[in-house]
Design a protein around this ligand. Sequence first.
Ligand code: NDP
Length: 465
Amino acid sequence: MSALTLLNPADGTVLRELPADDAVSVGAKIAAARAAQPAWAARPFAERRAILTRFRDLLIERKDTLALTTTAETGKPVRQARNEIAATPARVDFFLEHTAALLAPRLMHRQPDGGVPGAAALEEVVTFDPLGVIANISAWNYPWFVGTNVIVPALLCGNAVIYKPSEHATLTGLAIAGLLHEAGVPDDVFVPVIGAGETGAALLEHPLDGIFFTGSYATGVKVAAAAARHLAPVQLELGGKDAAYVTDEVDAAAVAGAVADGAFYNAGQSCCAVERVYVHADVYDAFVEAFVDAVKGFAIGAPTDEGTYIGPLCREPQLAVLQAQVDDALQKGATLRCGGRRADRGGWYFEPTVLTDVDHTMAVMRDESFGPIIGIEKVADDAEAVARMNDTPYGLTAAVYGRDRTRAARILERMNTGTVYWNCCDRVSPNLPWSGRGHSGVGATLSLEGIRAFLRPRAWHLRAP
Ligand code: NDP
C-alpha cells in the first residue's frame, strides 16, 4: 500500500498521512462486497430504511464536529460546511420516503381468462432488482451532498457500495463510512476505498454493476471509457460553466447580491456556481456597480472563523488556473474591477475577482473556473443573451432574472441545460432531477429518477396453466 498525504488548504501544513488502497486491496474489497450484497438485498426494506434513518439522525447529532473535519481538509468555511451537513438530512428524507414505492412490483397488464371469472390467464409484471455492487467515485467540493445523493438511494435499493471519496475529502469520506457502519450498514456492504486518482482508476479495472461518478469533465471521460470495457451502467455528474442573465426588468442593484452569492459561495467551487453573467445594457452599469460592491464586501479569512465567507481554494494547483484565466482576459482587453491575483496571506487563497469587458475569446468565459472569479458581459437583448448562454459545451444550469415569467420561460426553454432557474441560482432540491447535458454529464441524481438509477427492471410474462 502507498501513502496518502492530506494537506490543510488554509496553511499548506500536513493534516494526516494515511495508507492508500492499491489494485490488490481494492480487488479484495470488491470481492467481499460481492459476497455480502445478496444478504443486504434480501433484508426487508423496513430494516434498510431503519438503518439509513439512524444514519440521518447521527448526522444531525454530530453536525458541528463533522463540519470541522470537512473544513480542515477542504478549506470550506465552517459555517458553509455546517450548512451543507444540516441540509443533507432533507435529501436523505426524500429517499426514505419514496424508495419503497419504486421497489414495489408493478402489474402492467392482465388478460382475464374468459372461462373462469376473475382469474388471470396472462399477467405482465415488472419487478425491480438492485444493480448489485456499485462504485461511487466522488468529488470534494460538497462531499456530504454528492456522497449521500448516491450512497443513500443505492443502499436503500439493496446495493453494496464501494465508495472512493476524493483524496481532498478523505477524512469526510471516512466519517461518512463510520456513521453508516455505526447506524448498522455491514462493513462489507459500504466499503470506503482510500487514495488519489490512481486508486479510482484501479477500482474501475474491476467489473462493477454500476459506476456513479461526480467530478470534472476530463475525469468523467476517462471513467466512461473504463466503464465501457465492462459495459457497466455509468452515471456522470460533471462540471459546468453556468450562466445567469439579468434582464432590463429588474432592480439590478437588488439582484446583484444574490447573483454574487451564487457565484462566490464556497469560493466559487460549486458545480452550479454562476460562472458567467450577461446583463441587459439598460441595467448594466447599475448591476456592475452593485455586484462589485457586494464582492468587495465578502469576508476573506481562515475557514475556521465563523465570520469567513471566502476561504482558501481546496487545491493549490487551481491558483495557477485562475491566474491564467485572469491574465488571458486582461491581455485580450478585459477590465479588472477587483481582485485578480493570489491573496497576500498564507494558504491557497485567491482574491475574489470581477472582470468586465469580457468576450467569448477569453478562457474565463469558456472554461470552468471553479474558483472566486467571474466575467460580466453586456448584451443588447434576449436574443444575444440566449446566443451567449448557449455558447458552451457544458449544460448544467442557467438562470434568468426578471419580472415576466413568460418571457423568462421563453428564454429558459432554449437553454440546453438539465436545470433552469427563474430569479434564483446555485440551488439544488431533492424533489427535482439533478442532471447535466453535454459536457456536464449523463444520467440524473436526486428525485425519483435518482432512485430508479440504482435498480434494474425484470419483466415477468406469467401465463396460468
Ligand atoms: P476530479 O475529476 O478531479 O475528481 C473526481 C474524483 O475522481 C475524485 O475522487 C478523484 O480522485 C477521482 N479520479 C481522478 N482520476 C481518476 C481516474 N483516472 N479514474 C477514476 N477516478 C479518478 O474532480 P474534483 O474532485 O476536483 O471535483 C470538482 C469537479 O466536480 C468540478 O468540475 C465540479 O464542477 C464537478 N462537480 C459536479 C457536480 C455535479 O453534480 N454535476 C457536483 C460537484 C462537483 P482524487 O480527488 O483523489 O484525485
